[in-house]
Design a protein around this ligand. Structure first.
Ligand SMILES: Cc1cc2nc3c(=O)[nH]c(=O)nc-3n(C[C@H](O)[C@H](O)[C@H](O)COP(=O)(O)OP(=O)(O)OC[C@H]3O[C@@H](n4cnc5c(N)ncnc54)[C@H](O)[C@@H]3O)c2cc1C
Length: 522
């Protein structure tokens, strides 16, 4: 065998997977057909859930320093600022990172790419997967090397992180049904002055669509994403200069373009792979699902596909778990992709529909309706949970088990464990519990009860136990997230609840781990 895992594609998804495997002791081989990292920014929004993962990875400080926190979104229509939606306030109690970080895909890829060296890994650039065949115990992948020769790589598992035109998907015979949207999009990195509110998102609704200005590093640097005006569709060699006049009509003559460093047009498809796995091959990121950029979900979803698969793959590769654990990858991530496609599709149809009525709705009603709705705390929190991806849950996963006994409102199996600050030692300060979590291990959180006398047999090095001391501040904090005074939570390495209940029975934990996760308890 040449490698345990062959990662095809060094975009954000492949780099995240390789890093997560590397820090768990699995040295994957990573190949990419390009000559080096992508230069374009492409995706821009890094969501709170991704930042939580970056925090465990040790790259959060760099990401926060490089990026810009978007604190609000301003809605414009017919040249007037109609409303401002605060971003962040609503997520204050929900995540240590209650904001959208504006950080280009190139910067994300650079941070993730540089981190590979820490695990003694590197991307093999100019190396393209050109075909593969599966045998019972291995995959034989054909890769074209930089000198043009073809090499056969034997891998136990292959991760297709190779984007929308995935060769892994094609060679696995997995269909990618869906369709393109009729509209053509443009994306431009610019230096531009105008009425836009600095350091915030500016969303311009107009009769024929929308434009979003994302604040970038530096002064007057904006990424503009929008729809090519109908009269310019099909024009060869389109540039931003062609688009600016129509924008001035909507936003006023004050918009002055100083410089444009990148301009590109593209058509968006909405598609989802029918399966995310064919025996020893997996699909992740754009190889598995593509959709409209509304909501800045694309890159983040790929990063989280990787986070979901990595801990499972690492346990299987190191022989701590049987291959059945891997079935849960698509059982958990297909429903996420399905929901994502339908929500982004609905939102997208609303903001691009070309009918006169939709145009009127956009310019007269939408911005105000959004601002009004966002005044309701419940809606604000729901919006934050949905957009930040902290609300993603796997309640129907084969790995989720909540025996009867916990109150309805308490966090349950499948939920991302809520963000809390707890005193973890009787006289210590309240700590960010996410910082105390080690995401390369399982965690057992015990409330109102001591640790089981003999521990959880067979899991020693894979489990950290946290006994929460009885304390009024802890009671208040646990009450805030609806956790009762007697409870236990077994968290998977990715921070989702696997098993939850009231009084812990160590034998039930052992049974859960061996039956549901196929873990080999030593
Ligand atoms: C113009 C544009 C603007 C976008 N804007 C946004 C946005 O604002 N927000 C958002 O969330 N998303 C946006 N996206 C989507 C976002 O870029 C993707 O969701 C993200 O790149 C997916 O990452 P990935 O790693 O899964 O795939 P990719 O980034 O596509 O990476 C796939 C990698 O696989 C490599 N590869 C492909 N085939 C092979 C092969 N056979 N052998 C070896 N290597 C191979 C490629 O070279 C590439 O490096 C945008 C996309 C485009 C094109």
């Amino acid at each position: 065998m040449d490698t345990d895992v062959l990662v095809v594609g060094a975009g954000p998804t492949g780099l995240m997977l390789a890093n997560q495997l590397g820090r768990r002791g699995v040295r994957a081989m990573i190949v990419d057909r390009h000559a080096g990292p992508a230069r374009e920014t492409r995706a821009l929004g890094v969501q709170a859930r991704t930042l939580e993962i970056y925090s465990h990875l040790g790259i959060i400080e760099q990401a926060l320093q490089l990026g810009k926190r978007a604190t609000g979104a301003n809605m414009w229509a017919a040249g007037r600022r109609m409303a401002r939606v605060p971003l962040g306030d609503s997520g204050r109690d929900l995540s240590p990172f209650p904001f959208l970080l504006i950080l280009g895909q190139d910067d994300n890829e650079r941070l993730l790419g540089e981190l590979l060296a820490k695990w003694d890994m590197a991307v093999a650039w100019n190396t393209e997967l050109v075909g593969l065949r599966q045998e019972a115990d291995q995959v034989i992948a054909k890769v074209r090397q930089p000198d043009g020769t073809i090499r056969e790589v034997r891998a136990a598992w292959v991760a297709g992180c190779d984007g929308a035109r995935s060769m892994v998907r094609e060679a696995s015979g997995i269909a990618f049904p869906g369709a393109p949207y009729e509209h053509v999009f443009f994306v431009a990195d610019t230096e531009i002055t105008g009425p836009m509110v600095r350091d915030e998102l500016n969303v311009y609704f107009w009769r024929d669509g929308f434009r979003v200005f994302f604040p970038m590093r530096g002064t007057d640097h904006w990424r503009i994403v929008g729809i090519v005006p109908p009269e310019l569709r099909g024009k060869d060699d389109l540039t931003l200069d062609d688009v600016i006049p129509s924008f001035r009509e909507e936003a006023g003559a004050g918009v002055v373009l100083q410089n444009c460093s990148w301009f590109s047009t593209y058509r968006i498809h909405h598609r989802r792979a029918e399966r995310f796995r064919d025996r020893r091959c997996f699909l992740l990121g754009d190889a598995a699902h593509i959709h409209s950029p509304v909501g800045a979900q694309g890159m983040n979803t790929g990063l989280q596909d990787a986070y979901n698969l990595a801990w499972k793959l690492a346990l299987v590769v190191s022989d701590r778990a049987g291959a059945a654990l891997l079935d849960s990858y698509e059982a958990e991530r297909i429903p996420v992709a399905r929901r994502l496609l339908s929500t982004t599709d609905r939102m997208f149809s609303l903001v691009i529909s070309g009918t006169r009525l939709a145009g009127l709705f956009r310019t007269r009603i939408l911005a105000n309706a959004m601002a009004l709705a966002m005044r309701l705390e419940r809606i604000q929190k729901l919006a934050f949970r949905t957009i930040s991806q902290t609300g993603i849950r796997y309640p129907d996963s084969p790995l989720s088990e909540t025996p009867p006994g916990l109150p309805e409102a308490a966090p349950r199996a499948g939920d991302r464990f809520p963000w809390v600050r707890l005193k973890l030692s009787p006289n210590g300060p309240a700590e960010d519990f996410f910082e105390a979590l080690d995401d390369t291990r399982f965690a057992l959180l015990l409330i109102g009860q001591p640790a089981p006398a003999g521990g959880v047999p067979g899991l020693d090095d894979l489990l950290r136990t946290h006994v929460v001391p009885s304390d009024p501040a802890n009671d208040r904090e646990l009450g805030r997230v609806k956790i009762p005074r007697l409870a236990f939570y077994l968290l998977r390495p990715d921070g989702h609840v696997g098993l939850a209940g009231t009084r812990l029975d160590a034998a039930a934990v052992t049974r859960y781990l061996s039956e549901r996760l196929d873990l080999r308890l030593g």
